[in-house]
Design a protein around this ligand. Structure first.
Ligand code: F3S
Length: 62
């Protein structure tokens, strides 16, 4: 699984980072970035939760 954050949608709510800091980091400006090219299997379910919890629907997985 790969995860991506749409930088045009992200408003820095930080839910993704709170749920899964192993995959989502926040920039100095407070916006999310994906820190790994491939989501480790043990974090896939948490990343799917983040997809559903992001208020801006900024996270997608493929
Ligand atoms: Fe941005 Fe959504 Fe995370 S708004 S900081 S991608 S929870």
């Amino acid at each position: 699984m790969k995860a991506a954050v749409d930088e045009d949608r992200c408003r820095g709510h930080g839910v993704c980072n709170a749920l899964c800091p192993e995959v989502f980091t926040l920039t100095d400006d407070g916006y999310a970035e994906v820190r790994v090219p491939q989501v480790p299997a043990e974090f896939e379910e948490t990343v799917r939760t983040a997809v559903g919890q992001c208020p801006e629907r900024a996270i997608t997985v493929s």
